[in-house]
Design a protein around this ligand. Structure first.
Ligand code: ADP
Ligand code: MG
Length: 243
């Protein structure tokens, strides 16, 4: 398998608070990696370092073998390869569903409106939202908004999709439809890094599960390893608490 992202000795401090301490992680093409762990353990900060929404305090992040921290690195192009889905959808409320999925392609990827529209519809189909192209975000349920946000990110043709607790802000009855959408995407060979509290999803869909604790990767392995026979005491405690 080919390695898309390689993280070495990654550190991030906020003042004196060492939020990430010596993280090593690599992600292969087509892999689905889920990151679990208690609130405050550094999961979001790790994702935000991967697409450089946060600047690492130390260590290295390589994308296809090149350091994204190199001052000459083309960051806008890099970011365009990283699709990001947040807890809070972040749709543009003044635009309808279709426009939401077109705007980034036209402004960032410099595509024609026609081309962008085709791609938008194609990807809205993947998240089962093509019937809502004329709707405004305010007319949609939380689950529908999140599926549009996923479709919008996909329309940018990302190399890697990063999800930060995409179902945490949803009413319980809407969690399933978003997880199902994500499961379908995982089945298409998309490379995904998913921070989640949904242990069933982590168990069923991941190739690899990472357990973070106080800024380090305390344990990582296959879902069978982590859920079936966790080795680290902190993993056991966490799973005992959450399951
Ligand atoms: P998680 O996503 O696992 O809940 P976070 O990565 O959000 O954890 O946060 C890890 C720690 O970093 C927390 O102690 C949090 O308060 C701190 N932190 C996160 N973002 C910032 C920031 N922008 N400024 C200062 N501290 C932050
Ligand atoms: Mg978080």
């Amino acid at each position: 398998m080919s390695e898309i992202i390689k993280i070495e000795h990654l550190k991030k401090n906020f003042g004196k608070n060492e939020v990430l301490r010596d993280i090593d992680l690599s992600v292969d093409k087509g892999e689905v990696v889920t990151i679990i762990g208690s609130s405050g353990s550094g999961k979001s900060t790790l994702l935000r370092c991967i697409n450089l929404l946060e600047k690492p305090s130390g260590g290295q992040i390589l994308y296809r073998g090149k350091s994204i921290l190199d001052p000459n690195y083309d960051l806008p192009a890099y970011r365009a390869h990283m699709g990001m889905v947040f807890q809070q959808f972040n749709l543009f409320s003044n635009m309808n569903v279709l426009e939401n999925c077109i705007v980034g392609q036209v402004t960032v990827l410099k595509k024609s409106h026609e081309e962008a529209k085709k791609k938008a519809i194609e990807n809205l189909k993947k998240v089962d939202m093509e019937r809502y192209i004329d709707a405004k975000p305010s007319q949609l349920s939380g689950g529908q908004k999140q599926r549009v946000a996923i479709g919008r990110a996909l329309a940018m043709d990302p190399d890697v999709m990063l999800f930060d607790e995409p179902t945490s802000a949803l009413d319980p009855e809407m969690v399933g439809e978003v997880l199902k959408t994500m499961k379908n995407l995982a089945g298409t060979g998309l490379t995904m890094v998913v921070v989640t509290h949904e242990m069933e999803f982590a168990r069923d869909v991941s190739d690899r599960v990472i357990f973070m604790d106080e800024g380090v990767i305390a344990e990582s392995g296959t879902p069978e390893d982590i859920f079936g026979s966790p080795k680290c005491e902190r993993t056991k405690e966490f799973l005992h608490r959450i399951l």
